[in-house]
Design a protein around this ligand. Structure first.
Ligand code: 0WE
Length: 259
């Protein structure tokens, strides 16, 4: 039981395929209490049964693009729990049109939207939750390899994830003074609500199965287990870092296939 009695606030769970679901489940299996956010009535209806299934303590509304919502979420958490130990940021959004075609065609508005929701929201969450987080606490966010290398169609999300990863390094200094750690998990591609409807996503999954050292795609359970480790005292010496849960994909250069 790595997280016995710890309290985790999780943003970005949409359904039982969400990476946030894999994380929530791993946390619960190791004794943590959890709280889940939802965005709008449609997602509330999906999140509430999952909250029930997982034995979540409570759910709360939050639009991560609104400071007021994040501030209200911090207040709600404080009213329920007093303090929390873990914050999970599993939130991203870009306009669908900006995830295809040429990056050069990204509009000023589309760029601002992607960076605001996918990168700034982490800064705002850390700011409003800092007084609510216990010493020894841990913040986690999710990134993707497109932050570091060009990936076809990932476009403005790659730039947003690059900002997110740099933010993790800067936030690590600010939060380090309070003995709060912050890290990102760079997950391999996963079939979730966020990736459904991305044209050519099946091709990406096939590519990964062929070219990763482990010859497979990763699961939300594998991401959940790494999140569990990073949130636990086992990772007390790790902050400001990006941990890849990608079956080794990012370590691979030229690969010559035998036959
Ligand atoms: O970060 C992501 C996707 C995040 C995402 C997904 C959507 C789809 C629906 C952000 N905004 C939206 N907006 C929508 O309207 N991933 C790591 C998954 C992903 O997305 C890709 C990928 C991969 C992998 C897009 C293009 C190419 C590869």
């Amino acid at each position: 039981m790595l997280l016995q009695g710890k309290k985790a606030v999780i943003f970005g769970l949409a359904n039982n395929r969400s990476i946030a679901y894999g994380i929530a489940k791993a946390f619960r299996e190791h004794g943590a209490e959890i709280a889940l956010s939802w965005l709008g009535e449609a997602l509330k209806k999906r999140v509430e049964p999952i909250a029930e299934e997982l034995g979540a303590s409570f759910t709360f509304p939050c639009d991560a693009s609104k400071d007021e919502d994040i501030a209200a979420a911090a207040k709600t958490v404080q009213e329920h729990w007093g303090k929390a130990d873990i914050l999970v940021h599993a939130v991203a959004f870009a306009n669908r049109d900006d995830l295809q075609g040429r990056y050069i065609d990204t509009s000023r508005e589309g760029f601002a939207m992607a960076l605001d929701v996918s990168a700034y929201s982490l800064v705002a969450m850390c700011k409003y939750f800092e007084p609510v987080l216990n010493e020894g606490g841990s913040v986690l966010t999710l990134s993707y390899y497109g932050a570091q290398k060009h990936i076809t169609n990932y476009n403005v999300m790659g730039v947003a994830k690059a900002a997110l990863e740099a933010s993790v390094r800067y936030l690590a200094y600010d939060l380090g003074k309070k003995d709060i750690r912050i890290n990102a998990i760079s997950a391999g591609p996963l079939k979730t609500l966020a990736s459904s409807g991305i044209s050519g996503f099946g091709k990406i999954l096939n590519h990964i199965e062929k070219y990763t050292p482990l010859k497979k795609n990763v699961s939300i359970e594998e991401v959940g287990n790494t999140a569990l480790f990073l949130a636990s005292p086992l990772a007390s010496g790790i902050t400001g870092d990006i941990v890849f849960v990608d079956a080794g994909y990012h370590t691979s250069g030229i690969q010559i296939m035998e036959e």
